[in-house]
Design a protein around this ligand. Structure first.
Ligand code: KIV
Length: 278
């Protein structure tokens, strides 16, 4: 019997080759059924540590664990065939040393089957990016607004609205690209700075709150589907999921209370023969 044909997915090299070309489309995913829907439309899916806030109700991404990321990574892999899957390394799993990062990133790739990991890459992380890439782990960087640093920066604040902030974000992006990252998420930066970053590094920039000058875009899926009352300025709502869920659940509750659900269509009955025989 021949072995099962390998699933052909986009790779880190495919994404890197799109620099300056056709825009890269990406969304976050955390579960199998959603990943199945997104797979047809996205070049890569990010199992973002935003899962902590979006799914688990945490106040920030700082409380997310490696086990959570692995579990959600496995779920997303089960739901995808063509999109590349990138898993976020959570806070505390990679910052201490390149060795710590390698151990945990290898675990993520081995236990989920995902193609790459993402780290929030301040300039200090360049050594880690190079260490991982040299050892066979594709790395996506993440610069600008870095949510895991929220306790130091004091909040989710966009960067680069004044030019004094530009040098540090540019340095993060340059160091991450030079260290071998195949793409870099640029989050929450002023358009002019995003343009400067995108023009000065050799790998694709994936913008979130960084304007259309980036080589690709990513959004948190539940934000763009309208699950929450509040969405950040940079999110466009392409759906009204909260309203749709409320309508469906309200209809269900009414029908249960009025004994209209379940109706004959949803009920199992005795087969006629069995009924005759008692
Ligand atoms: O965790 C996440 O969802 C992210 C995206 C916002 C890029 O890092």
């Amino acid at each position: 019997m021949s072995a099962q044909a390998p699933i052909k997915r986009l790779t880190a090299a495919d994404i890197a080759a799109r620099k300056g070309g056709e825009p890269i489309v990406s969304l976050t995913a955390y579960d199998t059924p959603t990943a199945r829907i997104l797979d047809d439309y996205c070049d890569f899916l990010l199992v973002g540590d935003s899962v902590g806030m979006v799914v688990h109700g945490l106040p920030s991404t700082v409380g997310v664990t490696l086990e959570m990321m692995i579990m959600h990574g496995q779920a997303v892999m089960r739901g995808t065939q063509s999109a590349m899957v990138v898993v976020d390394m959570p806070f505390g799993s990679y910052e201490k040393s390149p060795e710590q990062a390698f151990e945990n990133a290898a675990r993520v790739l081995q236990e989920t089957g995902a193609q790459a990991i993402k780290i929030e890459s301040g300039t200090y992380a360049a050594e880690t990016v190079a260490f991982l890439v040299e050892r066979g782990i594709p790395v996506m960087g993440h610069v600008g607004l870095r949510p895991q640093a929220v306790n130091v920066t004091g909040g989710f604040r966009a960067k680069g609205k004044n030019t004094q902030e530009w040098a540090s974000v540019l340095a993060e992006a340059q160091a991450t690209a030079d260290a071998g990252a195949f793409a870099i998420v640029v989050e929450g930066v002023a358009e002019d700075l995003a343009k400067e970053i995108t023009g000065s590094i050799a790998v694709p920039t994936i913008g979130i709150g960084a304007s259309s000058v980036c080589d690709g875009q990513i959004l948190v899926t539940q934000d763009m589907l309208g699950l929450f009352d509040w969405t950040p300025k940079f999110v466009k709502r392409y759906g009204d999921m909260k309203k749709d869920i409320k309508t469906a659940v309200s209809d269900y509750a009414t029908e249960v209370r009025e004994r209209r659900f379940p109706s004959a269509a949803q009920v199992y009955s005795l087969k006629p023969k069995l009924a005759e025989n008692g």
